[in-house]
Design a protein around this ligand. Sequence first.
Ligand SMILES: [Zn+2]
Length: 117
Amino acid sequence: MAKLRALNPRVQTLKASRVQQIEGTKRISGNSLYAIMRRFERTHPRICAECRRRGLVGFGDELDHIIPLHLGGKESDSNRQWLCREHHAEKTAREASGRAGMLRGKGASEVAGPGRL
Ligand SMILES: [Zn+2]
């Protein structure tokens, strides 16, 4: 039987500085997120921002970052909005495809920004 030889690695490890740039602001989750949601809903009625833009009224099921964290959006109320599940899923999918494009070397201009769902 032929002896297996180790292959030379062709993929280099990512530099830590580059990883930070891709990840952006750290995401809040769990109990901290629920505390933020409870506080935020006192001043911001749970109405989907995208439904409202379309002249509809949809329940704001989920808290969304208007500017995604990986694009430098902050964990602050000025960067939060309520979205219904459907519109949050749409926006997240669009952002994910934009993020994949970014990682392939396309610019961030293709990623949905505020007011452009
Ligand atoms: Zn909606």
